[in-house]
Design a protein around this ligand. Structure first.
Ligand code: LLP
Length: 420
């Protein structure tokens, strides 16, 4: 359930008409509903009431500091994967004691920053990374709290690009090689083992793969206990999917119930790293129709709706072939026609929808690309030298620009004419 609904024929975000915001902000822009963000955070987090747990929002999904700050106020932590995300989490007021650092390629500088900040835990993904962290922690004369990310070789049954828990994926350490690394880590002076982690993929629509991974982790943890290694934190990663089209992902409470049932007697604090399930359906991309045209001559007449947003603003359709619903901001019951909704970028892959039945649209109409709150703005770029869109947050009948639209000067910041 989200707060983007039609009222008297106009699309509203909570209590403000999208047209009203567009008139002031110009298009394209990302629009988030605070009530939806809060509702989704609570829906996820409350599923684990009664279980010692920490919900660390995956910053990569939606990293605006105003939004991270909302989660901080609700007791949330952060799952980060870079020095930049560390900065965002800290600026947003997330306690370092609730920050988890994931990712296969942490640099020395990034490790230093995170140690300096005093984050809760590094999720290590390779033997070399352990060696490097020991060195960096020794230089700073501190101890790094760690978990290893286990690759459980479980099929998450999702898009190949966002599957991370299969043996052939680059992530984590195979479960049968991880024991050796825990023993090595135990003997390192500047390393403190506190956890075991995994993250098997994103946009999962079934609970079973999560449970299959959890079972493997439980067996592994019991082996560690036999070696005298105590595990305080079990990090299950993120991955719960959302409905973009007709997917039927588990309700967060059903996911939580299944996980809690499987945990039973395990004496660990559970860490969760949800991203998409919290912000995905709490944000939309608003864009204006620039032109409509038809190209005949092929097998069939193709109708194109050319909008002012493009694959640089929202890359998911181009990159993964993802479905995003597109609806007119002015509710329309006109007869529908089949169109491609495309952007101005010079690539055929620059589209939001293909062969989609849509109400007839005209120049100047506003369209809303739905379910853009996760991996939308955060994956945007300046391709074709397009300034990145503005981000706007609505709370009730008020709104705030939480990220200004980039200006042309931003595009060339740091560049210079050659003096060679
Ligand atoms: N934890 C780790 C270590 C991750 O790598 C990810 C996502 C998450 C948590 C959050 O997963 P979520 O709950 O959002 O599924 N750009 C792709 C998704 C990439 C996901 C990468 N990792 C997309 O647009 O579908």
């Amino acid at each position: 359930m989200n707060h983007f609904t039609y009222k008297n024929g106009l699309l509203f975000c909570e209590d403000i008409g999208v047209t009203e915001i567009a008139a002031l902000v110009q298009t394209p822009f990302y629009l988030y509903s605070q009530a939806t963000l809060q509702r989704h955070f609570t829906a996820f987090d409350s599923g684990f009431d009664g279980t010692e747990h920490l919900t660390c929002f995956a910053v990569k999904a939606c990293s605006n500091i105003a939004i991270l700050n909302l989660f901080a106020q609700m007791g949330g932590g952060a799952d980060i994967v870079s020095g930049g995300e560390l900065l965002r989490a800290m600026k947003a007021g997330i306690s370092p004691k609730k920050i988890i650092y994931s990712g296969v390629g942490k640099t020395r500088a990034e490790m230093r920053e995170a140690l300096y900040a005093g984050i809760l835990m590094f999720n290590l993904e390779s033997p070399q990374e352990l060696d490097r962290l020991q060195e960096v922690a020794a230089e700073l004369d501190t101890r790094a709290r760690v978990a290893f990310r286990i690759n459980p070789d479980v099929d998450p049954k999702t898009h190949a690009y966002i599957s991370t828990g299969l043996a052939k994926n680059k992530f984590g350490i195979p479960v049968d090689e991880a024991g050796k690394e825990y023993l090595r880590a135990r003997d390192m002076e500047n390393i403190e083992i506190i956890g075991v982690s995994c993250h098997i993929g994103s946009q999962l629509t079934q609970v079973d793969p999560f449970i299959a991974a959890l079972r493997k982790l439980k067996v592994f943890i019991s082996e560690l206990v036999q070696e005298g290694i105590k595990i305080k934190y079990l990090d299950l990663g993120g991955g719960v999917g959302i409905t973009y089209d007709d997917e039927q992902p588990p309700h967060p409470h059903d996911y939580a119930r299944a996980v809690r049932a499987e945990l039973s007697d395990l004496d660990c604090t559970l860490i969760l790293e949800p991203g998409r399930v919290i912000t995905g359906n709490a944000g939309i991309l608003v864009t204006e129709v620039q032109y409509t045209k038809s190209n005949s001559g092929g097998e069939k007449v193709k109708r194109f709706v050319i909008v002012d947003a493009a694959m640089n603003d929202l890359t998911r359709p181009s990159l993964y072939g993802s479905y995003h619903e597109v609806i007119p901001v002015r509710e329309d019951t006109n007869p529908t026609q089949e169109v491609d909704i495309v952007g101005p970028i010079c690539e055929t892959g620059d589209f939001f929808a293909r062969d989609r039945m849509m109400p007839v649209t005209a120049q100047g109409d506003l369209l809303a690309v739905m379910s853009c709150g996760a991996y939308g703005f955060t994956m945007s770029s300046n391709y074709n030298s397009r300034p990145r869109a503005a981000e706007v947050l609505v709370a009730g009948d008020r709104f705030q620009i939480i990220r200004e639209r980039e200006e042309f000067d931003d595009l060339i910041r740091g560049e210079s004419l050659s003096r060679l």
